[in-house]
Design a binder for this molecule. Structure first.
Ligand code: TRP
Length: 449
């Protein structure tokens, strides 16, 4: 097993892959939507603080566990367990994460399929194929099935190629493309009428709201979802990092990219909404809050693009391509979690494992599509609101309570000789032992009430 394991060939390769996993629909769709429904800038502020103070330390625990174990989540957690009971616990946590990743992929693939179908619409319009344009943006079983299958095929094809030739190569290509598109779109939207009012709503916090419990819960949930925590994915990506790398800075860089892209996405979406308002569209729901959820991305924005004439075709196309790319670099990481487990624990060839697991998850997606009314929400809630926080918390418990302290410190030191003088060294071990599990637990319990 050892010699044939993949490894990211460069630091930038890992950063692009991990940031690719982190940056997804959660950043470009979820974050602006949450910002819109939680009072704008106050949410942004709280999100920044929680992302760096709670999500980053938990993220560090996962990538360090992976690099120490040099294996999939179950094996890595078992390597630091000493008793039989701990080893069983390691299995439950690691395997739970893998199941969680598979469940997230099963519904994420459907949403990503919608992004692809909306990208086709302007193309069909330019080619004069109006019926295609209408079909791809209408809710129908056929449309949902076709695009879910297409998206899952792309994911499977990349993961079959492995760590360097698949994940790393495609993340390095797709991430810069996505960032470029995002910046172009922002620059364009900010020149339109109404954008400055949107900027104002986005950037001027109402400080009195920052301690609202609901806002805190949403912000922490969003930060965990965004860093792909609690799904075994960051453990396996961490395991592909060379022992020569400085994990503390690499982890901080990935977090910074993730948070920055969420911020940029808000800079695109919130002003876009106010531009839409300046054009006569309704952007506030009846209770006075900004329209959020699916109707924001699939109704308000497309109507805005339509109103831009020919330019709107290009803007709409760019926007949904951006969404699709962001989704793809995330979905490949979700598939890597279960695949690496099958390859390393059951000695299955990577191609075979990818195809079987990929099709298994696709079968679940198809089941969801067919029962979309009640299953989509159910699978999303179970995996992201229950699964992710619980498993992320248990990973902190592993890092803080089960992992031998001297071996944990030795792992941080690899590739980072001067770390002993840093703040990270002094507070992080204590942080994941007490603060992270308690804070995550508190937020989780509050979200149940
Ligand atoms: N971080 C991704 C996003 O922001 C979504 C995500 C959640 C994810 N959990 C994951 C991605 C696990 C990969 C693996 O859209």
């Amino acid at each position: 097993m050892g010699a044939s394991r993949g490894e990211f060939s460069s630091r930038i390769g890992f950063i692009m892959a991990a940031a690719g996993s982190a940056v997804g629909l959660g950043n470009i769709w979820g974050f602006p939507t949450q910002t819109a429904s939680n009072g704008g800038a106050a949410f942004v502020l709280v999100y920044f603080v929680l992302a760096f103070c709670l999500a980053y330390p938990a993220f560090m625990a996962e990538i360090l566990i992976g690099r120490y174990g040099q294996a999939n989540a179950v094996t890595s957690l078992q390597k630091m367990s000493r008793t039989v009971l701990q080893k069983r616990f390691a299995f439950v946590v690691g395997f739970g994460g893998i199941i969680c990743a598979a469940m997230i992929l099963s519904f994420y693939g459907i949403l990503a399929g919608w992004m692809m179908s909306f990208a086709i619409e302007p193309v069909a319009n330019i080619m004069g194929q109006e019926w295609i344009a209408q079909w791809v943006v209408g809710q129908s079983l056929g449309r949902n099935l076709l695009f879910t299958v297409l998206f899952m095929f792309l994911t499977i094809i990349i993961i079959r190629k492995g760590v360097e030739q698949g994940i790393e190569k495609w993340s390095k290509r797709l991430m810069p493309m996505m960032i470029g598109l995002l910046i172009l779109l922002i620059v364009y939207v900010l020149t339109l009428d109404g954008a400055s009012e949107g900027l104002n709503a986005y950037l001027n916090p109402d400080i009195s709201r920052v301690l609202e419990p609901n806002l805190l819960v949403s912000a922490l949930g969003q930060a965990f979802f965004s860093l792909s925590l609690g799904t075994s994915v960051m453990v396996i990506y961490g395991s592909y990092i060379s022992k020569k790398e400085n994990m503390v800075t690499i982890g901080a860089q990935v977090t910074l990219i993730d948070v920055s892209i969420a911020f940029l996405a808000g800079l695109l979406i919130i002003p876009s909404m106010y531009v839409a308002q300046a054009q006569g569209l309704k952007i506030f729901a009846d209770d006075g809050s900004l329209i959020a959820g699916p109707s924001l991305v699939f109704e308000v924005l497309p109507t805005l693009f339509d109103s831009m004439g020919t330019m709107g075709l290009f803007v709409g196309f760019a926007f949904f391509v951006l969404m699709s790319i962001a989704a793809l670099t995330s979905s490949i990481s979700m598939l890597e979690g279960p695949v690496s487990y099958a390859v390393e624990r059951h000695s299955v060839a990577r191609e075979t494992a990818t195809t079987w697991i990929g099709f298994g998850i696709l079968a679940l997606s198809v089941t969801i599509v067919v029962n979309i009314e009640f299953m989509l929400d159910l699978v999303a809630t179970v995996s992201t609101q229950y699964g992710q926080p619980i498993i992320a918390m248990l990973c902190c418990v592993f890092g803080g309570w089960i992992w031998h302290r001297s071996s944990l410190l030795a792992e941080i030191k690899l590739g980072n000789e001067g770390v002993e003088n840093s703040l990270f060294w002094k507070i992080w071990p204590w942080y994941i032992k007490f603060i992270c599990p308690v804070a995550i637990g508190a937020v989780f319990i509050h979200s149940l009430l």
